[in-house]
Design a protein around this ligand. Sequence first.
Ligand code: GDP
Length: 329
Amino acid sequence: MTNSATTSLITGITGQDGSYLTERLLSQGHTVHGIVRRSSTTARGRIDHLYHDKNIYNQRLFLHYADLNDSTTIRRILVKTQPDHMYHLAGQSHVGTSFEIPETTSQFTAMGTLKILEILRDLEKQPRFLHISSSEIFGRPDQSPQDESTAMRPVTPYGVAKTFATQMVQLYRESFGLFACNAICYNHESPRRGESFVTRKIARAVAAIHAGHSDKLRLGTIDSRRDWGYAPEYVDAMHRMLCQDQPDDFIIATGRQHSVEDFLAFAFDSVGLNWKDHVEHDAKYVRPSEVSNLVGNPAKAEKQLGWTAQTQLPELAALMVKREIERIT
Ligand code: GDP
């Protein structure tokens, strides 16, 4: 299955990972079907270049409109497209927002995943299924770095919803024999990251300050530590997981940990500025509960998938800032 052309179905195709994954699959000769939320048709920006390419759109890339909670339509799309692989990337992915809208987060992230698993269970031709899980499932872990056997102890509504989805994937794999896998991804960033995530927010602010459009950046907790990788590399790991002989879960991470403060220093340094001159604390961005110390052990992915993260954080911060400067000039 590794080398032959496959048909993939992607939920969340308009997101950061969905757009990189689509580009990657298309460049390797695969066919891609994407599910787009009806209400988000205007948010197609990350795949617009593919949508407007007549050699690609409706040739090897197809879009279908459905809400994740609309089981009937999702089932119909699965029956119609008969995918070999299904990548489930959609969900409410912002941890901070999950405190504001815990019900919606659970509906999409937890129940949305279960609904897909239920549909797959009944299908005659079952695609290989990948759920994009998150390091948030570990919450405040008793082990560092975390690996595939670390206990899940979520501390945010998003983490709780992702834990439910991750465990359901494991349950359906073990109980119903589905080829279903969890990619337990640590934070992964890029110029396509949503604007409310801290790395993109910082990159945009540095570009604005560098251009003289602004002078201050307001942030919440900056001593939080994360394992930050580069998103285009993570979608490569996702594809490799579905090309394995057996379904399994993998930690996808760099294995290195940095603080928000480190990212600030790398981003401001890349244009010769000192972050301390521009950053102000704003309690509005402090969360009611927070994971503070996550770092993944990617040894299993390295050994079995032949995958390692390449881009280091200083380089990632600099490339994100550079892209934002290009956007405003
Ligand atoms: P997360 O790991 O999925 O929550 O990714 P985020 O990029 O949203 O947040 C990473 C860390 O940055 C968290 O510990 C946040 O509390 C912290 N942080 C500090 N200030 C901000 C801010 O203004 N916005 C966001 N999104 N995060 C912030």
